[in-house]
Design a protein around this ligand. Structure first.
Ligand code: GAR
Length: 220
Protein backbone atom coordinates (compact mmCIF):
# COMPACT_ATOMS: atom_id res chain seq x y z
CA UNK A 1 0.00 0.00 0.00
CA UNK A 2 1.35 3.43 -0.93
CA UNK A 3 1.67 6.02 1.79
CA UNK A 4 -1.21 8.40 2.41
CA UNK A 5 -1.15 11.75 0.64
CA UNK A 6 -0.46 14.46 3.21
CA UNK A 7 -2.84 17.36 2.63
CA UNK A 8 -2.44 20.88 4.00
CA UNK A 9 -5.79 22.64 3.74
CA UNK A 10 -6.49 26.38 3.75
CA UNK A 11 -10.02 27.65 4.33
CA UNK A 12 -11.69 30.87 5.45
CA UNK A 13 -15.33 29.91 5.84
CA UNK A 14 -17.78 27.15 6.65
CA UNK A 15 -15.70 24.42 5.10
CA UNK A 16 -18.28 22.23 3.36
CA UNK A 17 -15.63 21.31 0.78
CA UNK A 18 -13.25 20.32 3.56
CA UNK A 19 -16.07 18.24 5.03
CA UNK A 20 -16.53 16.45 1.73
CA UNK A 21 -12.79 15.71 1.56
CA UNK A 22 -12.88 14.44 5.17
CA UNK A 23 -15.88 12.23 4.33
CA UNK A 24 -14.08 10.75 1.33
CA UNK A 25 -11.04 10.05 3.49
CA UNK A 26 -13.04 8.54 6.35
CA UNK A 27 -15.02 6.29 4.00
CA UNK A 28 -11.80 5.00 2.43
CA UNK A 29 -12.42 6.56 -1.02
CA UNK A 30 -9.40 8.85 -0.69
CA UNK A 31 -6.06 7.53 0.52
CA UNK A 32 -5.05 10.76 2.22
CA UNK A 33 -4.87 12.61 5.49
CA UNK A 34 -5.41 16.29 6.29
CA UNK A 35 -2.30 16.85 8.38
CA UNK A 36 -2.98 20.53 9.00
CA UNK A 37 -5.78 22.97 8.43
CA UNK A 38 -4.88 26.66 8.33
CA UNK A 39 -7.28 29.56 8.37
CA UNK A 40 -6.93 33.31 8.15
CA UNK A 41 -10.23 33.72 10.01
CA UNK A 42 -10.62 32.92 13.72
CA UNK A 43 -14.43 32.78 13.26
CA UNK A 44 -14.34 30.25 10.42
CA UNK A 45 -16.81 27.38 10.90
CA UNK A 46 -14.28 25.04 9.33
CA UNK A 47 -12.30 25.14 12.59
CA UNK A 48 -15.09 23.32 14.43
CA UNK A 49 -15.22 20.72 11.70
CA UNK A 50 -11.47 20.19 12.16
CA UNK A 51 -12.00 19.82 15.92
CA UNK A 52 -14.74 17.24 15.42
CA UNK A 53 -12.49 15.13 13.20
CA UNK A 54 -9.28 15.52 15.20
CA UNK A 55 -7.50 17.52 12.50
CA UNK A 56 -4.71 19.80 13.76
CA UNK A 57 -5.51 23.41 12.92
CA UNK A 58 -4.10 26.89 13.29
CA UNK A 59 -5.33 30.40 12.66
CA UNK A 60 -2.74 32.68 11.12
CA UNK A 61 -4.21 36.17 11.00
CA UNK A 62 -3.15 38.58 8.26
CA UNK A 63 -3.54 41.49 10.72
CA UNK A 64 -0.62 40.15 12.73
CA UNK A 65 1.78 40.80 9.83
CA UNK A 66 2.97 44.03 8.27
CA UNK A 67 3.35 42.62 4.75
CA UNK A 68 1.16 40.19 2.85
CA UNK A 69 4.22 38.15 1.89
CA UNK A 70 5.08 37.68 5.57
CA UNK A 71 1.63 36.26 6.26
CA UNK A 72 1.99 33.90 3.31
CA UNK A 73 5.46 32.86 4.46
CA UNK A 74 4.08 32.01 7.90
CA UNK A 75 1.50 29.79 6.17
CA UNK A 76 4.26 28.16 4.09
CA UNK A 77 6.33 27.51 7.21
CA UNK A 78 3.41 25.79 8.95
CA UNK A 79 2.78 23.64 5.85
CA UNK A 80 6.45 22.73 5.50
CA UNK A 81 6.81 21.87 9.19
CA UNK A 82 4.01 19.35 8.72
CA UNK A 83 5.52 17.93 5.53
CA UNK A 84 2.52 18.36 3.23
CA UNK A 85 2.48 16.87 -0.27
CA UNK A 86 -0.45 18.90 -1.57
CA UNK A 87 -1.94 22.25 -0.58
CA UNK A 88 -5.71 22.40 -0.98
CA UNK A 89 -7.43 25.79 -1.05
CA UNK A 90 -11.08 25.31 -0.16
CA UNK A 91 -12.92 28.59 0.17
CA UNK A 92 -9.71 30.36 1.13
CA UNK A 93 -10.65 33.94 0.35
CA UNK A 94 -7.21 35.45 -0.12
CA UNK A 95 -5.02 35.46 -3.20
CA UNK A 96 -1.78 33.68 -2.37
CA UNK A 97 1.43 35.41 -3.35
CA UNK A 98 4.24 34.23 -5.65
CA UNK A 99 6.45 33.48 -2.62
CA UNK A 100 3.88 30.91 -1.49
CA UNK A 101 3.49 29.36 -4.93
CA UNK A 102 7.26 29.10 -5.41
CA UNK A 103 7.46 26.73 -2.44
CA UNK A 104 4.86 24.29 -3.80
CA UNK A 105 5.25 24.26 -7.58
CA UNK A 106 2.43 22.21 -9.18
CA UNK A 107 1.25 21.21 -5.71
CA UNK A 108 -1.46 23.77 -4.91
CA UNK A 109 -5.08 23.21 -5.94
CA UNK A 110 -8.05 25.54 -5.73
CA UNK A 111 -11.78 25.14 -6.25
CA UNK A 112 -13.72 27.92 -7.91
CA UNK A 113 -17.51 28.13 -8.17
CA UNK A 114 -17.71 28.91 -11.91
CA UNK A 115 -16.63 27.44 -15.22
CA UNK A 116 -13.24 29.09 -15.64
CA UNK A 117 -12.03 31.04 -17.52
CA UNK A 118 -15.53 32.57 -17.29
CA UNK A 119 -16.26 34.46 -14.09
CA UNK A 120 -12.95 34.54 -12.19
CA UNK A 121 -12.86 36.45 -8.90
CA UNK A 122 -15.56 36.91 -6.28
CA UNK A 123 -19.39 36.65 -6.15
CA UNK A 124 -19.30 34.62 -9.32
CA UNK A 125 -22.49 32.61 -8.71
CA UNK A 126 -24.40 35.92 -8.68
CA UNK A 127 -22.50 37.16 -11.73
CA UNK A 128 -23.33 34.00 -13.68
CA UNK A 129 -27.02 34.23 -12.70
CA UNK A 130 -27.11 37.93 -13.67
CA UNK A 131 -25.36 37.36 -16.98
CA UNK A 132 -27.99 34.93 -18.28
CA UNK A 133 -25.65 32.04 -19.09
CA UNK A 134 -27.44 28.70 -19.53
CA UNK A 135 -24.78 26.73 -17.71
CA UNK A 136 -22.40 27.38 -14.89
CA UNK A 137 -20.48 25.02 -12.64
CA UNK A 138 -17.23 24.63 -10.80
CA UNK A 139 -13.57 24.15 -11.58
CA UNK A 140 -10.67 22.55 -9.74
CA UNK A 141 -7.37 23.90 -11.01
CA UNK A 142 -3.73 24.10 -10.10
CA UNK A 143 -2.80 27.51 -8.76
CA UNK A 144 -0.46 29.75 -10.69
CA UNK A 145 0.41 33.40 -10.15
CA UNK A 146 -2.79 34.76 -11.68
CA UNK A 147 -6.21 34.88 -10.07
CA UNK A 148 -8.11 31.70 -11.03
CA UNK A 149 -5.95 31.23 -14.12
CA UNK A 150 -4.02 27.99 -13.47
CA UNK A 151 -4.22 24.73 -15.46
CA UNK A 152 -7.66 23.13 -15.17
CA UNK A 153 -7.98 19.63 -13.70
CA UNK A 154 -11.72 18.92 -13.60
CA UNK A 155 -14.96 20.81 -14.14
CA UNK A 156 -18.61 20.06 -13.42
CA UNK A 157 -21.47 21.75 -15.23
CA UNK A 158 -24.91 22.62 -13.85
CA UNK A 159 -27.84 24.29 -15.59
CA UNK A 160 -28.81 27.83 -14.70
CA UNK A 161 -32.59 27.87 -14.20
CA UNK A 162 -35.09 30.69 -14.75
CA UNK A 163 -35.32 32.77 -11.59
CA UNK A 164 -32.02 31.52 -10.19
CA UNK A 165 -30.31 33.82 -7.71
CA UNK A 166 -26.68 33.66 -6.67
CA UNK A 167 -27.84 31.58 -3.68
CA UNK A 168 -29.92 29.01 -5.56
CA UNK A 169 -27.34 28.62 -8.30
CA UNK A 170 -24.54 28.56 -5.71
CA UNK A 171 -26.22 25.71 -3.82
CA UNK A 172 -26.53 23.68 -7.04
CA UNK A 173 -22.86 24.33 -7.84
CA UNK A 174 -21.70 23.50 -4.31
CA UNK A 175 -23.16 19.98 -4.54
CA UNK A 176 -20.90 19.35 -7.52
CA UNK A 177 -17.90 20.94 -5.79
CA UNK A 178 -18.24 18.27 -3.14
CA UNK A 179 -17.92 15.61 -5.85
CA UNK A 180 -15.11 16.97 -8.01
CA UNK A 181 -12.66 18.23 -5.39
CA UNK A 182 -12.12 14.80 -3.77
CA UNK A 183 -11.80 13.33 -7.26
CA UNK A 184 -9.09 15.80 -8.29
CA UNK A 185 -7.22 15.01 -5.08
CA UNK A 186 -7.60 11.28 -5.68
CA UNK A 187 -6.09 11.63 -9.18
CA UNK A 188 -3.20 13.62 -7.70
CA UNK A 189 -2.68 11.05 -4.94
CA UNK A 190 -2.41 8.35 -7.61
CA UNK A 191 0.18 10.45 -9.45
CA UNK A 192 -2.08 10.62 -12.49
CA UNK A 193 -2.04 14.39 -13.13
CA UNK A 194 0.66 15.69 -15.46
CA UNK A 195 0.85 19.44 -16.02
CA UNK A 196 1.87 20.22 -19.60
CA UNK A 197 1.78 23.99 -20.06
CA UNK A 198 -1.86 25.05 -19.74
CA UNK A 199 -3.06 21.46 -20.00
CA UNK A 200 -3.40 18.82 -17.33
CA UNK A 201 -3.10 15.33 -18.78
CA UNK A 202 -4.93 12.65 -16.79
CA UNK A 203 -3.21 9.31 -17.05
CA UNK A 204 -5.46 6.29 -17.58
CA UNK A 205 -8.60 8.28 -18.33
CA UNK A 206 -10.84 7.48 -21.29
CA UNK A 207 -13.15 10.21 -22.44
CA UNK A 208 -16.80 9.72 -23.41
CA UNK A 209 -16.67 11.80 -26.61
CA UNK A 210 -20.47 11.93 -27.11
CA UNK A 211 -21.08 13.62 -23.78
CA UNK A 212 -23.19 16.79 -24.15
CA UNK A 213 -25.60 18.98 -22.25
CA UNK A 214 -28.10 21.33 -23.87
CA UNK A 215 -30.14 23.88 -21.93
CA UNK A 216 -33.01 24.32 -22.69
CA UNK A 217 -33.10 20.67 -23.72
CA UNK A 218 -34.12 19.78 -27.27
CA UNK A 219 -37.69 18.55 -27.88
CA UNK A 220 -38.21 14.78 -27.89
C1 GAR B 1 -17.07 27.42 -2.34
O1 GAR B 1 -18.18 27.67 -3.18
C2 GAR B 1 -15.78 27.66 -3.09
O2 GAR B 1 -15.83 27.28 -4.44
C3 GAR B 1 -15.66 29.16 -2.98
O3 GAR B 1 -16.04 29.44 -1.65
C4 GAR B 1 -16.99 28.48 -1.21
C5 GAR B 1 -16.50 27.88 0.07
O4 GAR B 1 -17.46 27.04 0.61
N1 GAR B 1 -14.35 29.62 -3.26
C6 GAR B 1 -14.10 30.78 -3.83
O5 GAR B 1 -14.97 31.56 -4.19
C7 GAR B 1 -12.62 31.06 -4.02
N2 GAR B 1 -12.44 32.29 -4.72
P1 GAR B 1 -17.10 26.04 1.79
O6 GAR B 1 -16.39 26.87 2.85
O7 GAR B 1 -18.45 25.55 2.24
O8 GAR B 1 -16.22 24.95 1.22
Amino acid sequence: MTRKLRIGALASGGGSNIQSIIDHIESGKLHAEIVILLSDNPEAGVLQRADRHGIPHRVIRPDDFKEKDDHDLAMVLALKETGVDLVVLAGYMRVISPVFIADFPGRIMNIHPALLPSFPGLHVQQKAADHGVRFSGCTVHFVDEGTDTGPIIIQAVVPVLPGDTGETLGARILKQEHRIYPEAIRLFSENRLKIQGRHVRILGHTQDTDQSLINPSLPG
